[in-house]
Design a protein around this ligand. Structure first.
Ligand code: GLP
Length: 252
C-alpha cells in the first residue's frame, strides 16, 4: 500500500482558508460544469458555503449541473428536531440559496428510502456514486477524535456506506448543536473510509486548536491507524489539508 504525504495549505486567518477553499470549488465547477462534489456539514464548511452563495449572487458560478453526495446523516433524530438534520443544514446554507437542481443532491438514507430499501442495513450509496462517475472533489472536516464523516475510531479501511454507532466523544462534541446531550442521536449513516478514498481529490478543512491533535496525528502517522480514522487519507494521492493552524502544525 502506498503512503502519500498530504499537501498542507496553511493561512493565518480562517477567512483566508474559507476563501481559498471556495475559490477552488468555484474554479472547478466552472471548468467541469457537471462536477460531482462530496459535501460535509458541521461548523467548518459553513462560511465556505456562504462564499459559494455570494459567488452565485455575483454571477461568478452556477450550480445547475452540479451533483452532490453528502457524507453522512443522523439516524433517529427526534421528530421536532429536523433542524439538526444534515439535509436541513445543506438546504438552508447552500442548496436553496443557489440554482441547484435539488434532485441532484443526495444523502445516503434518502437514497435507500427512494429505492424502498429503508428497512435495509445496506446502503446503495456507493453504487449511486459510482454510477455517476465518482466524486471529483470531496470536502471533509475532521472530528476532534480524528473521525472523518462518521467513521469513528475502530473503522475499517474497507468500509462502504453503512450504519454506525457514534462514539461518546462525538456525541459530547456534537451536543453543542442540540438542546440536551440526550437529544443527540447515537447512530448515523456514513460514507465509509473506502467510499471517501475513492474520491478523485480530497480537501480536508480543519480550524482551531481543538483540531490540532487530529491534524498532528494525521501528518505524523506512517500509515493507517484505525484508532485515528483520518489517517486513512495517507493512502490517497491527492489530499490537501487547509488549516488556520499554520504555526502549530508546520513549525512545532
Ligand atoms: C461531525 C460530522 C463530520 C464533521 C465533523 C467536524 O460530527 N459527522 O462530517 O466533519 O464532525 O465537525 P465540525 O466542522 O462542526 O467541527
Amino acid at each position: 500500500m502506498n503512503i502519500y504525504k498530504p499537501n498542507i495549505i496553511a493561512f493565518k486567518e480562517k477567512e483566508e482558508c474559507d476563501k481559498y477553499t471556495s475559490s477552488i470549488l468555484i474554479k472547478e465547477i466552472n471548468k467541469l460544469k457537471k462536477i460531482k462534489l462530496g459535501l460535509a456539514t458541521g461548523s467548518t464548511p459553513r462560511e465556505i458555503y456562504e462564499n459559494l452563495v455570494s459567488a452565485y449572487k455575483n454571477g461568478a458560478v452556477s450550480f445547475k449541473g452540479v451533483i452532490t453526495f453528502n457524507l453522512d446523516e443522523y439516524i433517529g433524530l427526534k421528530e421536532n428536531d429536523y433542524e439538526n438534520s444534515y439535509r436541513f443544514f445543506m438546504n438552508s446554507y447552500l442548496f436553496e440559496k443557489v440554482d441547484f437542481n435539488i434532485n441532484n443532491t443526495f444523502f445516503p438514507i434518502e437514497w435507500n428510502q427512494k429505492l424502498d430499501l429503508d428497512k435495509n442495513d445496506y446502503f446503495e450509496y456507493d453504487e449511486l456514486i459510482n454510477s455517476n462517475g465518482g466524486i471529483d472533489i470531496q470536502i471533509l472536516g475532521v472530528g476532534e477524535n480524528g473521525h472523518i464523516a462518521f467513521n469513528e475510531p475502530g473503522s475499517k479501511l474497507s468500509a462502504k456506506t453503512s450504519k454506525t454507532n457514534l462514539s461518546d466523544s462525538t456525541i459530547e462534541v456534537n451536543s453543542r448543536f442540540f438542546k440536551a446531550k440526550a437529544d443527540v442521536p447515537t447512530q448515523a449513516v456514513t460514507m465509509g473510509l473506502d467510499t471517501i478514498l475513492k474520491a478523485k481529490r480530497i480537501l480536508l478543512v480543519a480550524y482551531g486548536k481543538n483540531k490540532l491533535n487530529a491534524l498532528k496525528a494525521l501528518t505524523s502517522a506512517s500509515g493507517f491507524n484505525e484508532n485515528i480514522p483520518c489517517t486513512a487519507l495517507l493512502l490517497h494521492n491527492n489530499v490537501t489539508i487547509i488549516t488556520d493552524q499554520a504555526i502549530e502544525l508546520l513549525f512545532k
